[in-house]
Write a protein that binds this ligand. Structure first.
Ligand code: NAG
Ligand code: NAG
Ligand code: NAG
Ligand code: NAG
Ligand code: NAG
Ligand code: NAG
Ligand code: NAG
Ligand code: NAG
Ligand code: NAG
Ligand code: NAG
Length: 799
């Protein structure tokens, strides 16, 4: 596997010949991964690597994307799939050669060998020490040490530390790495900072940096620093002061999702000032992405994600962040009359103006185009995402093409009401309506309760200014004037239409046409909530329209529609094999977790069910329908409502009976979905001739009898995996426990799902399982209830 060469007597001048000879002769004599290069050792070719003793990190040559004989020397974390790069030596130099070589020369230089001239990796090391060794540590740090016993103190694993890659960060801040300023008293202060890559594929120094900066820029006697992210030297995010525990502006720590605390610390004296952090897992890192997003790369790419800080530098995308503040610095107002947004699309433009400077990344192109009002669109010049191209007003023709270039088109923003006016109207209209209704129907008084809740929603400071506005006429065109042929179905508060925008993008439009107090409530609720939310497992809102009496929400269109249409369809259910179902369960869980924990607001969905889970092209689940969702204040753990909304079969007992809801009521609905996904049977229409039970009871029976494989949908018999199946049913049962306290919280559910080593408590008998199936008894006597069996109940009063 690993091929290393060992050079016993290399002399600098004739090294090149030796290496050529030797690596031909002794190419594959060493096997098994090592973590250290001794003097005279080297790596040759892309198959050889150094591996840290905990097997998490590798130092190796990785091919430059899109090329065959171009390489970077990089440290990768291989614990996750795909492996990701945490450090690159010479990010601005790609080594073009058939066989790249790295040699630890006896005189102490670590040489990256290009065809003719070597690059010295440790060139900034003050003195070279003979017989130096190079080791890849358990935290991914590449360290050079003098031989034990020589050059001073000898510690574990060798002598003095001579050089380390952690002193030369690229875009990654690893646990244990210090970011800051060193040698403050000297004339040459060294800055250790993160520099983003120029594009996703090219590690050359890019547009953004994350560094330490003075808290008060006007007072450099005050040794007080904060973390600041900059675009070409201009700050766009700052953390604020560190109080020993939290940053003042982001209202907390840089945190990982879940209950995982990052241990951040700050050190300063007259010579140096730096931030550093620790985590239990050394592969968990903070990365500054090429688009300026500061990202916490998680335990697992397929699992947790986190954003340390995200400002909408790209304005097209607003992502989540932690804490109560953002630290974002608003960019200067548009010079082009509100035409400062760009829309990612695909197509061709016949005449470009190009800038071939490959030090420019997409983020630079955007700024250049944004500041030049005649620029209508921009794109990358080269396939590796560098350079810029601009389309100048009146000088080009744009054609939409599905498989065309990725182009960012300037968006014309329609003039519209300010947020304040919208709020006034948003409050006044329902209030007025409510007043009228209350006068007419005293029993509707409880409505006030909900309308008052709107005030809380104002807490979103950013407002919806970022959200594109669609004109009614453009939506009429897109949906063929709301034609019946384009009707997709009926949502919580009105019909949903399919449409196609002029640029070819498909959309789903939710329409609330006739203003009914109740529908307007849900509409506004959904609008305000979802415009703040952004997660890959939540359906994405593209824009809205409120013109005249029309209230429209425009969503991304998901051609696969909802999960229930697959799961309960005799033919389509075959498309969902076991792996896909597991993926769906995980995705739903991530989406709910985001709602409960990591979006800025804590949100209880209250109507989770398979028909509210949409599937994208790759069958990834996306939660939809936030008409009934509720924002929780931080200190609330449960709330009470007299108006029970939700769907029979998915409602937890305490909610259905007493109107008490909490995160645990969503967990219950999730549990029901898990059992439905595994069994392919609907909870509400479950019927089994020998077992007069509902699906929950049926699952429990088979669980007790140890016959879980009988519970699984027969159409996945071939792909069903017993151990993960057993685990999933187990988790499903834990989620539908009668007592809310027995149900796990969503982040526990996630760790149960993704880590097989988490042990699960034994489930007790689930809720409702002793009840005879609703289907055959109760509902058939009550046609009215039967009809609402499938739809959201929005007006049933609690006891
Ligand atoms: C690469 O970056 C280093 C350090 O920033 C600089 O000294 C060197 O000249 C650069 N090389 C190229 C080819 O740009
Ligand atoms: C370096 O290693 C070689 C071979 O083991 C040895 O002969 C030499 O004395 C060492 N040099 C130093 C300075 O330790
Ligand atoms: C993380 O890195 C540190 C420093 O190398 C090491 O002491 C620790 O054991 C590593 N942790 C794990 C889990 O490998
Ligand atoms: C700068 O900060 C120091 C220490 O906090 C303070 O004593 C000094 O008055 C400040 N100077 C100015 C100009 O604000
Ligand atoms: C965040 O919350 C903390 C404590 O609750 C408060 O001191 C701070 O001012 C808040 N920050 C922002 C930006 O709201
Ligand atoms: C830090 O922030 C967290 C979460 O915002 C908060 O719970 C905690 O009280 C804060 N601690 C301090 C010392 O401000
Ligand atoms: C990281 O953890 C080690 C060992 O627990 C500790 O000595 C060190 O101070 C920690 N560093 C930071 C930045 O928290
Ligand atoms: C290329 O772009 C970079 C970054 O904006 C700039 O510093 C540099 O001067 C430009 N080079 C040329 C040749 O224009
Ligand atoms: C793209 O631009 C059009 C025209 O303004 C707009 O209607 C549409 O919503 C935009 N698409 C996205 C994804 O923002
Ligand atoms: C901690 C964790 O869940 N690690 C997983 C990351 O993903 C890989 C591959 O999917 C798994 O093998 C790990 O167990």
């Amino acid at each position: 596997m690993s091929s290393m060469i060992r050079l016993h007597n290399p002399a600098d001048a004739i090294l090149s010949c030796f290496i050529l000879l030797l690596h031909v002769l002794i190419l594959s004599n060493l096997s098994g991964a090592q973590d250290t290069l001794a003097a005279g050792d080297g790596l040759v070719g892309s198959d050889s690597f150094l591996e840290s003793s905990n097997k998490l990190f590798r130092l190796k040559f990785i091919p430059r994307p899109g090329t065959s004989q171009s390489w970077y020397l990089a440290v990768e974390c291989v614990f996750m799939h795909p492996a990701y790069i945490i450090w690159v030596a010479f990010p601005n130099v790609s080594v073009t050669t058939v066989q790249p070589r790295l040699i630890m020369v006896q005189d102490g230089q670590l040489l990256l060998w290009l065809d003719n001239n070597p690059l010295v990796v440790n060139s900034d090391q003050p003195t070279m020490v003979e017989n130096t060794t190079a080791t890849i540590n358990d935290d991914g740090n590449l360290v050079l040490r003098s031989p034990a016993g020589a050059g001073g103190v000898s510690g574990s694993g060798g002598g003095t530390l001579l050089w380390q890659s952690f002193d030369h960060p690229s875009n990654t801040w690893s646990p244990g790495m210090k970011l800051g300023l060193f040698g403050l008293k000297t004339r040459q202060t060294r800055r250790r900072l993160l520099t983003s890559w120029i594009s996703e594929d090219n590690p050359s120094p890019g547009t953004f940096t994350l560094e330490l900066d003075l808290l008060d820029p006007n007072n450099n006697t005050d040794n007080n620093y904060q973390l600041v992210a900059k675009r070409r030297g201009v700050p766009y995010w700052r953390s604020g002061e560190w109080n020993g525990k939290n940053f003042s502006l982001i209202g907390g720590q840089l945190r990982l999702p879940g209950e995982f605390d990052v241990h951040l610390s700050y050190f300063s004296n007259e010579n140096e000032a730096y931030f550093s952090w620790n985590f239990t897992h050394n592969c968990t890192v903070i990365q500054l992405e090429s688009n300026g997003v500061i990202h916490l790369v998680p335990m697992n790419y397929s699992g947790f994600w986190g954003y340390a800080a995200v400002c909408d530098i790209n304005e097209d995308e607003e992502l989540g962040f932690y804490g109560n503040g953002t630290g974002c610095i608003k960019s200067e107002p548009s010079r082009c009359g509100g035409r400062d947004k760009f829309n990612k699309t695909s197509g061709t433009i016949d005449k470009w103006e190009s800038m071939s400077n490959s030090s420019l990344g997409l983020a630079d192109c955007r700024v250049i185009c944004r500041n030049r009002c005649s620029c209508d669109a921009y794109a990358s010049r080269f396939s590796d995402g560098t350079g810029c191209r601009f389309a100048i007003s009146g000088k080009y023709k744009y054609t939409f093409a599905d498989k065309g270039d990725t182009i960012y088109l300037r968006v014309e923003r329609a003039p519209r009401m300010s947020w304040k006016w919208k709020l006034v109207i948003g409050l006044a209209v329902p209030l007025l309506m409510a007043l009228i209704l209350i006068c007419l129907f005293p029993h509707l008084k409880r409505r006030i309760h909900r309308i008052r809740g709107f005030k809380n929603l104002e807490l979103s400071k950013k407002g919806d200014d970022e959200l594109p506005y669609f004109s009614l006429s453009s939506i009429r065109v897109a949906t063929d004037d709301f034609s019946d042929a384009n009707k997709l179905g009926q949502g919580g508060f009105g019909p949903v239409y399919k449409g196609k925008l002029f640029n070819g993008q498909e959309i789903a439009v939710k329409r609330l046409s006739r203003i009914s107090g109740h529908g307007l409530d849900q509409f506004e609720n959904e609008f305000i909530l979802i415009s703040k939310l952004q997660h890959r497992n939540l359906v994405r809102l593209l824009g809205y329209c409120n013109q005249g009496e029309e209230r429209l929400l425009v969503y991304e269109y998901l051609p696969n529609k909802s999960l229930d249409l697959f799961l309960f369809d005799p033919t389509k259910r075959d498309l969902l094999d076991w792996k896909t179902r597991v993926n769906i369960i995980e995705g739903i869980a991530q989406g709910i977790l985001y709602l409960h924990k990591y979006s800025r607001l804590k949100i209880i969905h209250r109507d989770l069910k398979t028909s509210n889970v949409l599937l994208d092209n790759e069958i990834n689940p996306k939660i939809s329908d936030f008409g009934t969702a509720r924002i929780f204040q931080d200190h609330d753990t449960r709330a009470n409502t007299k108006t029970i909304v939700g769907t029979y079969g998915y409602m937890s007992p305490e909610y259905a009976m007493d109107g008490v809801f909490s995160e645990k009521s969503d967990v219950f609905s999730f549990g029901v979905m898990v059992l439905e996904i595994i069994s392919g049977k609907k909870n509400t229409s479950f019927y089994h001739p020998d077992r007069a039970l509902n699906l929950l009871g049926y699952a429990w029976d088979l669980w007790i009898e140890g016959r879980v494989s009988d519970f699984a949908d027969p159409s996945i018999a071939e792909t069903f995996d017993m151990s993960s199946g057993l685990r999933s049913v187990h988790i499903g049962l834990l989620c539908v426990q009668e007592n809310a306290a027995d149900r796990p919280a969503m982040q526990e559910v996630i760790s149960m799902l993704i880590s097989e080593s988490t042990s699960l408590p034994a489930p007790k008998q689930p809720a409702f399982s002793a009840i005879v199936s609703l289907h055959n008894e109760h509902l058939s006597e009550n046609p009215q209830l039967c009809s609402i069996n499938e739809v959201t109940i929005s007006d049933v009063q609690g006891r």
